[in-house]
Design a protein. Structure first.
Length: 267
């Protein structure tokens, strides 16, 4: 099976109506155009499905999600796509905009199987904090879904990294979460949020982070540096083994802006 991992598209119909995006992007530095160009140029029929690991929209409205869905449905008419909610996907408009239902805790959780491969989405986004958190309720649901192994294993989607070398950035997890992951049939954890292509490990499982489609981020002790680096990941599941390949769309490192640390609130 072959699939794509896209992340952090930060889609908006109009980037000038948000202070952050109006400062960051000009007409030639537009994440919406970058996503469309990627979808136009990739041989999408060669892929079985597409993953989108959050920050689908940058603090937009229902209409922004509807425009994103229209674009995805146009270029992926027969290819399923799966997603999770990021910290910039505002709870109040996400569910209506993406046409999905919330659970009793207003979280987006999903479990789907495609040709024997199980795909699970968790919701790590918090309303008042930039970094991620998984609730006790999500752990209980996850444990139920993972109770029986899938034919080809499971891949997990979550916007925030479960493990990161800076503990302040790693997702806050309920007691017992790591044990559930460790004993499961999960073969890959796909994440975004950091805007840097990387790989790591959580509970003995591969964690794969894609480059963002909107802008790159390089971390320094006192600030985050935003650049016009963008990219995506192509993936292959062959004989039970997962292979991932990072692709840069704009490898140059032109500075777009900076944000001082620590990041306060949910920016």
């Amino acid at each position: 099976m072959r699939f794509l991992h896209l992340s952090d598209s930060h889609f908006r119909e109009n980037y000038q109506t948000n202070d952050f995006t109006a400062t960051m992007f000009s007409k030639t530095q537009n994440p919406r155009l970058a996503l469309e160009q990627l979808l136009q140029n990739l041989p999408l029929m060669d892929y079985d499905f597409v993953l989108l690991t959050g920050d689908l929209v940058h603090e937009g409205q229902v209409s922004d999600y509807q425009a994103l869905r229209k674009m995805l449905d146009h270029y992926l008419p027969t290819t399923p796509y799966f997603f999770c909610r990021g910290n910039h996907d505002r709870r109040a408009v996400f569910f209506e905009g993406m046409g999905v239902e919330a659970n009793d805790s207003q979280e987006y959780l999903n479990c789907t199987e495609i040709r024997g491969l199980r795909i699970i989405s968790l919701d790590s986004a918090q309303d008042d904090h930039h970094e991620g958190k998984i609730s006790d309720g999500q752990l209980a649901q996850l444990e139920k879904w993972l109770a029986k192994p899938a034919e080809k294993g499971t891949i997990l989607l979550v916007h925030h990294p479960l493990a990161w070398e800076d503990p302040a950035i790693a997702t806050k997890l309920p007691a017992g979460f790591e044990e559930v992951i460790a004993k499961s049939d999960i073969i890959g954890i796909f994440v975004g949020h950091i805007h840097q292509a990387s790989s790591g490990e959580f509970a003995g499982k591969k964690q794969i982070m894609a480059e963002a489609l909107s802008f790159g981020v390089d971390e320094f002790p006192d600030y985050s540096l935003f650049t016009d680096r963008t990219g995506y990941t192509s993936c292959s599941l062959t004989e039970g083994k997962l292979y991932t390949y990072q692709h840069l769309l704009s490898p140059q490192q032109t500075e777009l802006g900076r944000m001082d640390k620590p990041i306060i609130g949910n920016h």
